[in-house]
Design a protein. Sequence first.
Lengths: 684, 290
Amino acid sequence: MDVDKVIASERFKKCRDGFPAELYERYTMGRPRNETERAAFVHEARSRARRFSDSDNARNIRSIFEHCRIEPDTSRRYFYNIDAFLSYKTYERVVLNSTPDWKTIIERPLTDLYVSADAAADEAQRTFASRNNATVDAMLAYLDRCIRYVERSDFANKDQIVVWLSSLKTRGAESFEEALQRLLFVNQLFWQTPHNLIGLGRVDKLLDERYRADIESGALTREGAREAIGEFLRVLHRYYWYKSGALMGDTGQICIVGGKEPDGSYFSNDLTYLFIEVVKELQQPDPKVLLRVDDDVPADLVSLALDCIQTGIGCPLISNDEQVIPAMIAFGYAPEDSYDYVTSSCWEPLVAGIAHEQNNIADIHFLLPLFWLSQDGQMDEEKLPSFDALVEGYLQNLSRLCGYIGDDLDKLSWDDDPLYSAFTAPCRASLTDVARGGGAYANFGVLSLGMANLVNSLYNIKRYVYDAHRFTLAELDGYRKENFEGHEAVLDLLANTPKSFGRDDPEVIALVRRIMDTVETSFSAYRNRFGGKVKCGLSAPGYIMGSLYTEASFDGRLYGTPYATHISCDDPLPYTELMSFASKLDYSGIRFNGNVVDFFCTPNLMKDNHDQFVSLIMTSFKMGVFQIQVNVVSAATLIDAKAHPENYPGLIVRVWGFSAYFIDLPENYQDDLIARALINERAA
Amino acid sequence: MSMGVLISNIQRFSLQDGPGIRTTAFLMGCSLRCPWCCNPENLEANRRAFVRPSRCARTAGSCRFNPQCPALEEGRPLALEDVGACPIGAIGIYGREYTEDELVAAMLADRPFYQDGGGVTWSGGEALLQANALALAMARLHGQHIDQCMESCLVAPSEAVSAVLPYLDRMICDVKLLDPNRFATLFGGDLDVYLGNLRLVCAQVPDVTFRFPVVPGMTDDAENIEAIVTLVDKLRPARFELFGVHGLAESKYRGLRLPFSTFEQVPEARLEDIAALVARTGVPVRIAHL
């Protein structure tokens, strides 16, 4: 067991949320512990952890940057420092799961972030200006502290680092490596303050100009760039434990590469390939890569992405610009922003640096409206005489659910966020904090829970109640409500009936489309207080957490057991069938907030049939599939890793939208991955 | 009289039976009885009931869901009407007769994925036993420029071969035993019929693969391998594949209530030795892991 890793994750929790060290137990997940290390951790945490709690977050930021210890890894090529023990207290939500405006950060000095209070029209704007400028002061003072540290440090290239850091005060980055150091410096500012899931942006595009200039001048070679990118990614991975959120690995450090251009051409460059090549070599779960593709993506790039996926690290996730960009434009994003989209930490499209977008702020729990029919005494063939009537009743309740979600979204509020606002141009221009509507876009993204379980439930009811008359609706609902206790034959029958969701069946596809049409209609009039809209998608990161206290369903799923995840099938379907299904769903309107097809594959199958998998991926996207991610692993490996974690310290798997070390995962996540791998191998 | 095609399974995303991404149809009924057959559900040309062992709730000879279940009686072949006896659906049926339209539609479901050299493959059982009905669907697919492959043991009337040849882009031909007596006693087949068809196929199909199952004690003796090398040298197929037989079909045999023979695993080194012998002909050789 990697004791450091476990202790580190606890250290993170301790300082970020102020929880007592007892949470250590939870994070060790019952594995053997090193008591000496544990005692050392508790002692250090108690003596160092500090959370500032001034009512003015600009003062909290200043306190953090004044007090944080500077302890970078001086064996690396770049300076990067986070003091995991310092934080400040937040009372409301914090903007998270977003990507700063890295382009401006590369091109302009930090002093450009100052604003003038002269244009302030009211007290709120004057306060914003004052807090903004105090925050920039604090960042620059911290920058000076860091520079002084580097001057006296044993970094091998300390003179170079001092030049790179110093330029942040006066000018834009002038070289490829200076840009990398600059990204790292600002990145650490976000992580040092209570922001998380910080995206890394379109790295190949951001660095393109300086990369090409350095190559042309001879200051850099492709090999040199490869090493620099390796250092960049290693440095970002250093605080993996601190950056992980809900689960170890959920850091949101996502590099976006490739993409369709406004003139219709496909953008890729050396860096597109290099980032994937380096991620493939490093074999770290984080940072991860998302590859944007379109109909013109070069086959060798997809082939390289497959090579990387084949190693089992779960990335790149591949996103289809032919679907995403038109949907964003139709939704209301400016075309230039749509073409330049990045994603939240998993896959939800996002505009970097100017927005207050929260792409996974709520879930549509698709089974709830069905359970409400039961609670309202409707589960009876007199009241619901046909399958159509059942679906109609369901959709009415679904519409109600969407209304409730909208009501809940209206109750959310955000802490003033001087740091995020300082880096967000529309906030500076309007002298308005992002928490008060200063961002350019303020759309809220909702995700899905249990869509596949709902669809399979509806078709089981159709089959056994309305078509075969094997049970009455009331009988079947009664068994379900009792969690099928004493009705094991019924449970077995329901659970083993071929799943409908994921099948290339026009009737099933029409039903899914109808359900999502209802969601779209229900949210069409919604506007939040910033004027933003709701967008939704079929991705379902909460398939385990969201299912924990949910009653049994008609698909033979028992109380509290996991839902199916994303666009996948719990039957061993041929990949082409799942892709055909996914390609026929509707992702237009508000339905573009992440729609990932998720499948498992054994390492040998992909290795022996590489070209066919390239063809599968490229054809699927041409047919209209939205996004794809793949877990390449064998069930036998996972089963053995669960039993003997000490033999698998480096085994990486894809969880919902991130990669993680398998042995770090809670048991229910491990079991779910094993179950899905076994289902996949039944198909072989 | 209907001209349907009796099929046990249509497998999409099939990667083993020809290039690219393919859809493989497994036709029922076979002219041989190879002891190592991994598709026993396709031996007989009629629909058959079977038990899904992974689903069956039988424990210690009894079932809590249906104590009278016909599947409880060890070794008793199941009848089609037994399907309703299992309340949890553990008894199923192999076999569905596809009309020409249905078959064409099913084989075209993955058409967009065929573009990089993929297509459809007819396997079995022995697809040639339903050649007349099959040729109608094949002609239509040919008209739509779908790449078609057939995997066959070639023990069938030459008229059957002729009926499908115009539509085939490629063929995977079994090469098992080349001694006429052993061919007859082990498989129940006529070697001359096989060789006649093989020559016809090699002369007329653009891309022919020979596929050789290495079965210890049955097909791997020096004499047989020498005969195969001679045949390969003479007929010059596009490639030669060999594979060690496996026991993956055991659950199918159990489900069909058929006796199951086990075969010892063929060492990779043995496959490589045989591959080297065949490779001397200059024909490309591949060890397949089917």
